[in-house]
Design a protein around this ligand. Sequence first.
Ligand SMILES: Cc1cc2nc3c(=O)[nH]c(=O)nc-3n(C[C@H](O)[C@H](O)[C@H](O)COP(=O)(O)OP(=O)(O)OC[C@H]3O[C@@H](n4cnc5c(N)ncnc54)[C@H](O)[C@@H]3O)c2cc1C
Length: 465
Amino acid sequence: MRDRRAANLARLRDETFDVLIVGGGINGAGIARDLMLRGGGFRVALLDKGHFSSGTSGRNSQLIHGGLRYLKYFDFQLVAEALRERATLLKIAPGLVWPLEFLIPCYSMFDRYFYGAGLMLYDALAGRHAVGHHHTLDLGKLRRLEPGLADEGLRAGLTFFDCGVNSARLVIENILDAESFGSCVVNHVEARQTESGILATDRFSGETFPVRAKRTIDATGAWSTGGPLRLVRGSHLIFPKIQSGTEAISYFDEQGRIVFLIPWGERRQMTLVGTTDVDHNGSPDDVHISEGETEYLTGIVRRLFPEYRGEPVSSYSALRPLIAEEGRSATSTSREHRIWQTPDGVLHIAGGKYTTYRAMSEELVDGLLPDLAPGRNLPCRTAETPIPVAAVPDDEAARVRMAVEREFARRLEDVIYVSTYWGYERPLEREWLTPIAREMGELLGWDAAEVEAELTRVLARRGVH
Ligand SMILES: Cc1cc2nc3c(=O)[nH]c(=O)nc-3n(C[C@H](O)[C@H](O)[C@H](O)COP(=O)(O)OP(=O)(O)OC[C@H]3O[C@@H](n4cnc5c(N)ncnc54)[C@H](O)[C@@H]3O)c2cc1C
């Protein structure tokens, strides 16, 4: 197998770049692709200390949405922009972004009219970018659609449309497309800012070397040290399918927090339940669901579907890198993004939503162009250029090969949490993990001890994500 990662690593060591992007989440990926599509012949490098999309971008709620809940905070501009971007992503990434119907069960007439009014506004803000319009379901229709919903106090249902996304794969496809235009992309390489510039360390060999670049972009999200960020943890539980229908359910708790029950998994055989908003004061490398969050999310499932007996198969947690705002709660802190430069010349990007990554990347690159290509008019092309999406084989061994050979998977986690979500859809067990580790071993030249070490490391994470 031709080792593209080794070749890209050598380029990272030897070449001088116009732009170095640190962080291969959706923002880093979007910026790399945008720069490559401008047609300025820019030399762009992107690196990530783990696998691409192993941070927040692969562990979010997997929605491309306007954010119905932000209407409550009068963030109309944020919602309108996200709805516009939703339509753009549906157009440029079909297959990875798909329309998804949502159901709001209303347990009072107040809810029915309150959320009904919100949905009217949501549809109006979407305008010509609407994916579908909202509807009201009477009790009979609602019960036929979801017979397992708690009956007491149930008055009506409201349906509306947003979009689902395979959020880890959309990052990977952006990065691979940027690579196809000449970008140098390397995972498992950690960057460190020093007085003399950026030092990169290959996390496999331990080799450290300087990276030469005119401009550096910090797209490290929750790991950024470029300014005051508020890290808010959000967790999800994955259950065997809960609802009867194919729609996602939006439930508003007593505080008005929204929790989604989203059909999920390769065959939609699971339900993704989340999320939470908890201030996170520990390391961004140590993020997992707390007992309180598990109880909260499980409690909602039991309350909504009292006859359902399933238990969570797995969980995952991630951090929202939000722009700190005095006097706001974790839930109400704005999801607006910010792009700023620190005195060392590094450009930082943080906040915002996955949904708006393309527009955020465009804004950042537009701001960079006068420096990179003075006097040249290089318009953004990402809003109309489709992202090529590779077909995924059904055969498991073939999928593992694709993850290693095409998508740079180098650890067992890379395959089961990024290229696929098997690690979330199945309880972690040696039985199904072993053939995957062996297949990777054959492709990457691991000996038996290395295969075992990969298995041991993943199995040690049972129950912790
Ligand atoms: C629980 C939760 C649910 C969410 N749900 C949604 C949703 O449904 N829809 C939506 O639109 N938005 C959602 N969001 C928001 C959205 O997911 C984030 O805004 C977005 O993913 C942030 O992307 P990013 O690229 O900035 O960060 P990340 O994806 O975290 O990427 C940063 C990368 O930088 C790397 N890195 C860090 N330090 C270094 C270093 N020193 N050297 C090299 N690499 C480094 C990390 O490994 C990581 O891969 C959600 C957020 C959370 C937390």
